[in-house]
Write a protein that binds this ligand. Structure first.
Ligand SMILES: Nc1ncnc2c1ncn2[C@@H]1O[C@H](COP(=O)(O)OP(=O)(O)OP(=O)(O)O)[C@@H](O)[C@H]1O
Ligand SMILES: Cc1ncc(COP(=O)(O)O)c(N)n1
Length: 480
């Protein structure tokens, strides 16, 4: 299912919301936010704004079939997200198409009623929608839709919602994403529920009225990440973190005076920019790193065990200095939240040192290699410059490179892989999130300095990336 470096081709089958917050407009923005290629087959046209829906026009169902047929005749579809379907005719057209094409990822958001309270599905079409839901790999009802689908009163507690999700999973024999967005309280929990298990993905409620389109955006983003190779729970955790920021950033948009839209583009708009640019500038160096025999051998598992051990012995030396540098960065961090992030990273590095000593290296104490010494001197010089921004830039490749390698290694089979646990460490969603957060903090730092200092940040980043290349190239060749 993984699409490696090719963006997944994701089709939204949904209604149009001309105000851009929900429907296919939200789907296309969300798919793009997660780096997919978005397509849209339109089921219905609505006239709506942030206060509500004033009219609905549904073209004949045959015309939807014509759109879908034109697409599958030409384009391989990696994932489908289904939203507003409005009527039995449209549901049947989609069901017939799904039966014929069988896309590998199908996410159904069983849209029934808008945030504004307006009906988006004929009441007589509810049974047909439940029937269609059996063809989906993931169904994402809100609490009201969940209640309709299991024919029970609307859940008012999270435990009832989870139980209803379990019953719906059994009824449809598929996976359900139960959404707690409509509950009251400080938490906004969600869960991935199968007939056999419930995996909670916790979240904090963002205080805002701008929740128009959250369900549409969530389902299309998850379809995109699933087609990129993430599991449902990992995809949900990623999207929830993004959603929380999109809800927070929504206040800047000032779109309408009712329930406004979330800010799908918040990551493009703010932070991320300097760090992404620095990463792109190092693209050819990163390619050279991925092509090193040590790195490709790690991925395939063919790497010589002694070479890996020599690399780890140097890694421990590196991590000891790196942890000190992270502690110094935390000291000079501009605010308590940022400071807490760098301290947590420092603790993670120390935990990794202890793990390596306990599980792999014992008391063996190789001398530090030239590259280890030089790389650490470079990091310390960045700290000693007194510039927080430059110090952060210098440590950043250690996050971005390993996160990138981890994602590449996700697709590798773990069967009898000698380095499986090491590959897992960097491929897991938590590490990818940590790396993304480090990038955001570096970009925030870049926004606060002048152009000359930003150039020094870029130089520090590139030098570190070069040391990463040398580290992978030289340490496995150290004398035993
Ligand atoms: N105020 C909030 N703070 C944090 N997360 C929220 C908030 N409101 C909704 N969410 C999250 O947004 C996603 C959509 O949930 P929700 O229950 O609102 O679905 P929905 O009702 O189908 O959405 P829609 O508003 O599009 O109809 C879920 O992941 C939910 O946890
Ligand atoms: C075309 C279309 N599709 C879906 C929704 C539901 O979104 P919300 O519940 O946030 O209004 C909508 N309002 N319009």
């Amino acid at each position: 299912m993984s699409t490696a470096n090719r963006p997944p081709r994701v089709l939204a089958i949904a209604g149009s919301d001309p105000s851009g917050g929900a429907g296919i407009q939200a789907d296309l923005k969300s798919i793009a936010a997660f780096q997919g290629y978005g397509m849209a087959a339109i089921t219905t046209l609505t006239a709506q704004n942030t206060h509500g829906v004033t009219a609905v026009h549904a073209p004949p169902a045959d015309f939807l079939t014509a759109q879908l047929t034109a697409l599958d005749a030409d384009i391989t579809i990696d994932a489908v997200k289904i939203g507003m379907l409005h009527s039995v005719d449209i549901i049947m057209a989609v069901e017939a198409w799904l039966a014929r094409v069988a896309p590998p990822v199908v996410v159904l958001d069983p849209v029934m009623v808008a945030t504004s309270g307006d009906r988006l599905l004929d009441a007589s079409a509810e049974d047909a929608l439940v029937h269609l839901a059996q063809r989906a790999h993931l169904v994402t009802p809100n609490l009201d839709e969940l209640a309709v689908m299991v024919r029970e009163p609307v859940a008012t507690t999270w435990s009832t919602a989870r139980e209803q999700g379990r019953r719906l999973a059994e009824l449809l024999d598929t996976t359900i994403l139960v959404k707690g967005g409509h509950l009251v309280g400080a938490a906004a929990p969600d869960a991935i529920v199968t007939p056999h298990a419930v995996i909670d993905v916790p979240g904090q409620r963002v205080t805002t009225r701008n929740t128009h389109g959250t369900g549409c955006s969530l389902s299309s983003a998850i379809a995109t990440l699933r087609a990129s190779g993430l599991s449902w729970p990992d995809a949900l955790a990623e999207v929830k973190a993004w959603m929380a920021d999109a809800l927070t950033a929504s206040s800047l948009l000032q779109v309408g005076s009712g329930h406004g839209p979330i800010d799908h583009a918040h990551r493009m708009r703010s932070t991320g920019e300097w760090a992404r640019g620095a990463w792109v500038d190092c693209a050819s160096l990163v390619t050279r790193i991925t092509e090193l025999p040590f790195v490709s051998g790690l991925g395939t598992g063919s790497l010589d065990g002694d070479a890996f051990r020599r690399y780890l012995a140097q890694d421990v030396h590196y991590l000891e200095g790196y942890a000190e540098v992270l502690a110094a960065i935390a000291e000079s961090a501009p605010d308590p939240t940022t400071r807490a992030f760098w301290l947590a990273s420092c603790e993670a590095a120390q935990a990794e040192i202890n793990r390596l000593h306990a599980q792999v290296l014992g008391d063996a104490d190789e001398t530090p290699a030239a590259v280890t010494v030089e790389y650490l001197s470079h990091l310390r010089r960045a700290v000693e410059s007194g510039s927080y921004a430059r110090a952060v830039s210098a440590v950043l490749p250690c996050y971005t490179l390993y996160s990138d390698l981890g994602v590449r290694w996700r697709a590798v089979s773990r069967d009898n892989h000698p380095y499986a646990s090491w590959l897992d460490l960097y491929g897991e969603a938590a590490f990818v999130r940590t790396a993304a957060q480090a990038e955001r903090l570096a970009s925030v730092a870049a926004d606060s300095v002048d152009r000359a200092e930003r150039l020094l940040m870029s130089a520090a980043y590139r030098t570190s990336m070069h040391f990463e290349w040398r580290f992978f190239a030289e340490t496995p060749l150290m004398p035993a």
